[in-house]
Design a protein around this ligand. Structure first.
Ligand SMILES: NC(=O)c1ccc[n+]([C@@H]2O[C@H](COP(=O)([O-])OP(=O)(O)OC[C@H]3O[C@@H](n4cnc5c(N)ncnc54)[C@H](OP(=O)(O)O)[C@@H]3O)[C@@H](O)[C@H]2O)c1
Length: 213
């Protein structure tokens, strides 16, 4: 598959790039600036410019010909204006660009409680609300979608084991395990047009995805 990864230089995105390349896919690593190109090129991915703040037109070249988009981007700044620009409007622009470019499949890294955003402090609420709005836009699109909603992300080593369900108690999960869920979702039909929470757990990623309902 040819996969465009958005936020490819991010702490989760880089693991998605690494795993997709390891599994024999061709990867366009979407970056908002060329400065971080070397970090993704070392895995064999092709760096491409894909700034979510630039609107749908600017994303078309990175998407054209791709079989799937995996969106792992998130605002660098928790300020609501930055979050709305990237996590809300930027993600919506990516969905629109994928539709216009004819990309059939779109996997979105969302967040636990994005489907019930009335919680947390002001900044957490604003992130969850931005993600809820863009997640709904994806669900309403013509794309085959998957919404992956992890708990708190950590930089601990991967365990390869997760718990996945429509809704889970608050939890934590290593970024490489989330990346494995995002990458493997492309090959598990049960994840098509589904959203689910992910926290660390006891079940191998492929088995957990095969039980999505
Ligand atoms: N932190 C948590 O506990 C948590 C929990 C659940 C979900 N999430 C979500 O999971 C996602 C990934 O989190 P993370 O911690 O791995 O993120 P991260 O390390 O902060 O990486 C975010 C990525 O998004 C990119 N980005 C920022 N603005 C962009 C733009 N305008 N256009 C394109 N790309 C842009 C960044 O590019 P640069 O490298 O150029 O900055 C970076 O590659 C985020 O959406 C986050 O909200 C986080």
């Amino acid at each position: 598959m040819l996969v465009t990864v958005l936020g490819a230089s991010g702490r989760t995105g880089i693991h998605v790039v690494r795993l997709l390349m390891r599994h024999g896919h061709t990867v366009r690593a979407g970056l908002r600036s060329r400065d971080r190109g070397a970090e993704v090129a070392r895995f064999g991915a092709t760096p491409v410019l894909a700034d979510l703040a630039s609107g749908a037109d600017a994303l078309l070249e990175a998407f054209t010909g791709a079989d799937a988009v995996i969106n792992t981007a998130g605002a660098a700044d928790p300020d609501p204006s930055a979050v709305n620009l990237v996590d809300r409007d930027g993600s919506i622009a990516a969905v629109e660009a994928a539709e216009r470019a004819g990309v059939p499949r779109f996997v979105q890294l969302s967040a636990q409680f994005a489907d019930a955003p009335d919680q947390g402090d002001r900044l957490v609420r604003s992130i969850l609300l931005a993600k809820q709005v863009s997640d709904i836009a994806l669900q309403r699109s013509s794309l085959i979608w998957t919404l992956v909603r992890p708990g708190t992300l950590t930089d601990e080593p991967p365990t390869g084991r997760v718990r996945i369900a429509g809704h889970l108690e608050p939890g934590r999960v290593p970024r490489p395990d989330v990346a494995a869920v995002l990458a493997a979702s492309l090959h598990e039909p049960r994840t098509e047009n589904r959203g689910f929470d992910v926290v660390t757990g006891e079940i191998p990623v492929s088995s957990a995805l095969a039980s999505v309902s």
